[in-house]
Design a protein around this ligand. Structure first.
Ligand SMILES: Cc1cc2nc3c(=O)[nH]c(=O)nc-3n(C[C@H](O)[C@H](O)[C@H](O)COP(=O)(O)OP(=O)(O)OC[C@H]3O[C@@H](n4cnc5c(N)ncnc54)[C@H](O)[C@@H]3O)c2cc1C
Length: 327
C-alpha cells in the first residue's frame, strides 16, 4: 500500500478520485472502509453530479435523476440504512400500469443522498482535473484548474468516459479506443415553480408522456417540495435537435411542451437545465476498466448501467480494484 511519506516522494493520498458523483462517492466510502486514504476532486460546487436538487422560489426541485430502483444486495443494504434515517422512501410502485417495483427517492431530494455519502470524506470542490501525469516513481499527479496538484498511488476517474480517456491516454498504454467513442445522450429540461397545483395526476410522475418529453415530475406530489414545482425533461432526440438553439427559444419551446402539465397554474419561476452527459448510450461490458501497470481505474454509470444503481455498482467494483492495486 503506498502511504504518504516524506520529501519529494510523498503522495497526498492512496487513491485520488476524479468525480464526486454517486460512483465516486460509493467507491470512496468502500475504499475508506478498507483502510485506504482517499481524496475526491469535483469540478462542481458540491458533490452529487447528476444527483442534483435545486431550491427555486422556495420550492425543492430534483433536476437530474428523479428516482431509483434497487436490485442488488449492496444497494439494498445502503437503502436500509438511509430508510432507517428517513433519507429515502418509496415514491410509488410504477408510473404507467405499474410493474410493482418500488421507485425510491431521496426524502429531501436526490442530492441529499450524495451529501450523506460524502460526510467525513476528503472532498475538494470546486476543483476540476485538467491534466494528469504518471511519474517515474510510479505515482499519479493530477493538476487542477486552480493550479494545485495532487499525488496518489491509484487514480480512479468517474468523469464522462471521453474526458477520462483524454486525461489518461498519454500515460496509459492500451486504453481502448472504444472508451473515447463512448457517447452520451443529452437532456434539455425546464424547471417550473407554480403558484398552485399542477395538472399532473398522482403519484406525480409521467414517463414518456409525449413524443418530445421523456419525464415529467411534480416535486410536490413526489413529496420533496411544499411548493408546487415541475421538472420537465425532453427526450434525447428533441434535446439533440435543440441543443445549440438560443436559450430563449429553448425556454419558450419547453414551456409550450410543458403547458398541458402546468394546467391552469401560473408560473412563478422557470429555469432551463442542460445535461450534456445525461445517459451513456452503450454501457461498457465490465463494471469498471483497470490498467494494472499504472494503477488507473475508470468507473461510472457508463460501465455498470446508465442509472443510479449502475453508478453505485461501478463505484464498488472500482473500489475493489483499487484496494487490490494498493496491496
Ligand atoms: C436528467 C437525468 C435524469 C436521470 N434520471 C434517472 C432516474 O430517474 N433514475 C436513475 O436511476 N438514474 C437517472 N439518471 C442517471 C443517474 O443520475 C446517473 O446514472 C448517476 O447519477 C451517475 O453517477 P456517476 O457518478 O456515474 O456520474 P456523475 O453523477 O455524472 O458524476 C461524475 C462527476 O464527475 C465530475 N467531473 C467530471 N469531470 C471532472 C473533472 N475533470 N474534474 C473533476 N470532476 C469532474 C462531475 O462534476 C460529476 O460530479 C438521470 C440522469 C440525468 C442527467
Amino acid at each position: 500500500m503506498s502511504r504518504p511519506g516524506g520529501g519529494a516522494h510523498r503522495v497526498d493520498t492512496d487513491v485520488l478520485v476524479i468525480g464526486a458523483g454517486l460512483a465516486g462517492l460509493a467507491a470512496a466510502r468502500r475504499m475508506t472502509a478498507a483502510g485506504l486514504t482517499v481524496r475526491l476532486l469535483d469540478k462542481g460546487r458540491s458533490v452529487g453530479g447528476r444527483l442534483a436538487t435545486r431550491r427555486m422560489s422556495g420550492a425543492v426541485v430534483d433536476h437530474g435523476a428523479q428516482f431509483f430502483t434497487v436490485r442488488g444486495e449492496s444497494l439494498a443494504a445502503q437503502v436500509d440504512d438511509w430508510t432507517a434515517r428517513d433519507l429515502v422512501r418509496v415514491w410509488c410502485h410504477g408510473f404507467d400500469g405499474s410493474d410493482g417495483h418500488p421507485r425510491m427517492i431521496g426524502s429531501r431530494g436526490m442530492n441529499s443522498l450524495a451529501k450523506d455519502l460524502a460526510v467525513g470524506l476528503d472532498v475538494h470542490a470546486p476543483s476540476m482535473a485538467v491534466a494528469t501525469r504518471f511519474d517515474d516513481l510510479g505515482h499519479w499527479e493530477v493538476t487542477t484548474d486552480d493550479g494545485s496538484s495532487h499525488r496518489a498511488g491509484v487514480l480512479l476517474s468517474t468523469a464522462p468516459v471521453a474526458q477520462s480517456f483524454s486525461l489518461l491516454f498519454e500515460s496509459v498504454d492500451g486504453l481502448p479506443r472504444d472508451l473515447f467513442d463512448a457517447d452520451y445522450d443529452r437532456t434539455l429540461g425546464i424547471l417550473l415553480v407554480l403558484d398552485s397545483p399542477s395538472a399532473v395526476p398522482p403519484p406525480g410522475g409521467l414517463q414518456n408522456p409525449t413524443a418530445e418529453l421523456s419525464f415529467v415530475a411534480d416535486n410536490a406530489l413526489k413529496g420533496i417540495s411544499e411548493i408546487p414545482a415541475l421538472t420537465v425533461h425532453a427526450g434525447p432526440a428533441w434535446s439533440l435537435e435543440h441543443w445549440d438553439a438560443d436559450a430563449a427559444i429553448v425556454e419558450a419551446e419547453l414551456s409550450r411542451l410543458a403547458a398541458p402539465f402546468v394546467g391552469s397554474a401560473g408560473v412563478v419561476e422557470a429555469q432551463v437545465k442542460k445535461w450534456r452527459f445525461a445517459t451513456p448510450r452503450r454501457p461498457w461490458p465490465e463494471p469498471c476498466w483497470v490498467d494494472e501497470r499504472t494503477r488507473a481505474v475508470l468507473a461510472g454509470d457508463a460501465f455498470a448501467g446508465p442509472r443510479f444503481e449502475g453508478a453505485w455498482e461501478s463505484g464498488l467494483a472500482a473500489a475493489d480494484a483499487a484496494v487490490r492495486l494498493c496491496r
